[in-house]
Design a protein around this ligand. Structure first.
Ligand SMILES: C[S@@+](CC[C@H](N)C(=O)[O-])C[C@H]1O[C@@H](n2cnc3c(N)ncnc32)[C@H](O)[C@@H]1O
Length: 278
């Protein structure tokens, strides 16, 4: 089981919050109201970031089901504060491929934040079929889409001192993203494209919009954490001296911390609305 520790989820929550695509949220809130939806299922809830973001913003009554397979997270979910419009809250400790798919039949909207890049094409096909059978909508925000860019484009890419360069790291990270996270070979950066195609083939109206993380000096703790993860992921695939990777990472952290560049990490949000009124 891939572990997403609470400290990592807490670090990303405010950044995710400011990165969500507004245009998509506007369509989501409109659909919720027009279609008189009340039931929402959040898959891979973690410690509840998606609930904390959406519950105070969705117009009207809400009955939530939150599901995660990590018991340390579901224990925290049980202590969530409920905004007034939340009339029901059920926590399930279970698997998105088992209890998660079953729960789709009792919902109006399936959501999952920062989740699609972890899943396989097979799971996507199954969730789209379940959504179609139920006639529910889907909102999948904040999925990593393969973009790692240091802006302005970093000088070392055109011949600096480090052996390792930004392109090499991005490609290795994106290859690593495709490893199995427990649901079959992960779609990683391709997930939103694939999901959008499957929903369209099922007759859904879809909209995908980029929701990049833009990380500056104030976000240095996040940049540090990302770099640690990337160095460790890339080390498995890198044929050179691993200390070269660390030199690269130290330089990039220094660049962001001193305000010489910002780090843009590509994410995408997807909304899929069932056939009928849009
Ligand atoms: C990247 S975290 C996102 C958490 C939360 N949605 C957020 O935005 O902070 C992915 C979450 O999915 C959960 N998860 C991963 N695979 C799962 C599975 N097969 N069944 C249930 N939960 C799963 C993890 O435990 C983790 O909490």
């Amino acid at each position: 089981m891939e572990i997403f520790d609470a400290a990592w989820l807490a670090l990303r929550e405010p950044i995710d919050g400011r990165s969500r695509a507004e245009l998509l949220l506007k369509h989501l809130y409109g659909a919720w109201e027009e279609r008189a939806w009340t039931r929402i299922l959040d898959l891979g809830s973690g410690t509840g970031a998606n609930f904390r973001y959406l519950a105070p913003r969705l117009p009207g009554e809400q009955v939530w089901v939150l599901l995660d397979h990590d018991r340390s997270h579901t224990q925290k979910l049980a202590r969530l504060q409920r905004p007034a419009l939340v009339s029901g809250l059920t926590i399930i400790c279970g698997d998105v491929a088992e209890e998660g798919l079953t729960a789709v039949q009792d919902t109006d909207l399936v959501t999952a934040s920062a989740m699609l890049d972890l899943v396989s094409e097979g799971w996507l096909q199954r969730i789209v079929s379940c959504c179609l059978a139920t006639g529910c909508g889907a909102y999948f925000p904040l999925n990593y889409n393969g973009g790692i860019n240091w802006l302005p484009k970093h000088a070392t890419e055109s011949g600096g001192n480090t052996v390792v360069n930004d392109n090499l790291v991005r490609e290795a990270v994106n290859t690593h993203q495709l490893t199995d996270k427990g649901l079959g070979p992960a779609l990683g950066p391709l997930a939103v494209q694939k999901a959008e195609r499957l929903f369209r083939e099922a007759g859904y109206w879809t909209l995908s919009v980029e929701s990049p993380w833009l990380l500056g000096a104030a976000d240095a703790p996040m940049v540090r954490r990302l770099l640690e993860g990337w160095v460790s992921a890339v080390a498995d695939l890198y044929s050179g001296d691993v200390s070269e990777l660390q030199v690269w990472a130290d330089e990039r952290l220094e660049d962001v911390s001193r305000g010489r560049c910002i780090l843009r990490v590509g994410h995408s949000d997807l909304l899929a609305l069932p056939p009928g009124r849009v």
